[in-house]
Design a protein around this ligand. Sequence first.
Ligand code: GDP
Ligand code: MG
Length: 438
Amino acid sequence: GLSGKLQDTIKKIRGQGRVSEKDVKDMMREIKLALLEADVNFKVVKEFISKISERAVGADVLESLTPGQQVVKIVHEELIELLGREQSKVTFAPKPPTVFMMAGLQGAGKTTTAGKLANLLRKQGKNPLLVACDVYRPAAIKQLQVLGNQLNIPVFTLENNQNPVQIAKEAVKFAEMKQNDLVILDTAGRLHIDEKLMDELLNIKNTVKPHEILLVVDSMTGQDAVNVSKTFNEKLGIDGVVLTKLDGDTRGGAALSVKSVTGKPIKFAAMGEKLNDIEPFFPDRMASRILGMGDVLSLIEKAQEAYDEKKAIELEKKMRTMTFTLEDFLDQMQQIKKMGPIGDLLGMMPGVDSKALKDIDIDEKQMGRTEAIIQSMTRKERLDPSIINGSRRKRISAGSGTTIQEVNALLKQFEQMKKMMKMMSDMGKKGKKGGFGK
Ligand code: GDP
Ligand code: MG
């Protein structure tokens, strides 16, 4: 799927230390292919790629410390933009009842979504009424009644009445009487858009003047979903889109094209057959899901904010030239702390189970103790730990509220770390001389 393809590309980019203009071009080609394969509208893809390329070949990225991550960030930001940037909420009438009208082709998920929305908005304090305006198939009315029963939400029907406009009108009156502040009209759909369907929907619209006309589209149908949205918007006028079946093996293209092709926002996303499987549509979350990286982007942002790039360069140099001291160690630790609790950071990484992070607390406490130990040393001791004899160790442990064993352990750990750095930097030198893969 789209997210898999993009993930592969992203994986390749992220780790790259240096990115050339050609690298960026290659990435763009891969992203473009992934989007086209996902059935994203061609024009949308073209515009998207040109926007990203423009930003990605900019000096900011090529000269930054982490160009790969910068590109990922740009792709993410532009995806959010494409998806509508901000969450688009439904509007409620100042004077109840608010009327929602569901529209869409047969099988898109209108009836199910009507039930899901009633359920969701009831949790937010609304008192909804479901209305069966799909009068052509007796099974359709029954389906809504079954949903209403399951949810314990009233369903309005008119016996022996085949006129959806009248039903809608009566339903609104009924809601006023019964103090239902939200009326959700479930309408009929057809296999294809035709005039009869549009006329009926327009009639309902002009008679009851719904506050929200929500077009329900099946995300599995890819570009068709987008074309359907475009036509419904032109002929009927819609206020928002509900994307359904995002749980299926959808290629994701519909979500990415709807907003820019129709100009109307996606307001809800449905991702399952159960009555809880709906949520407001958040462009940033969807973008992250498409990139398949959990909240790794906010992790990158957090890390970048906290980490002074100059310091990182200095540190790297120190590691290479073996002048890394306990003072640098302390500094580095404080940088890491600025990024927030380690548990939070790890929890944001994809593939890390947050339940498995309970033990992390201990490490954070440990870090605090390590910090205290180093802070209890004199500057001279930090720069040259070899002078730390028995009495100094005693003083440091007392000053930091730790034990002598802990002070010893830290000094030993630091020695090992330095040894490892030396090994790594020696290996680096050999690599340069000998050359890899030749
Ligand atoms: P309508 O003809 O537009 O009213 O569509 P229905 O509400 O009757 O839904 C058609 C079929 O799609 C039903 O089998 C639903 O259970 C299923 N469906 C609706 N929404 C979703 C969804 O978000 N995910 C999945 N997997 N199935 C859905
Ligand atoms: Mg239906």
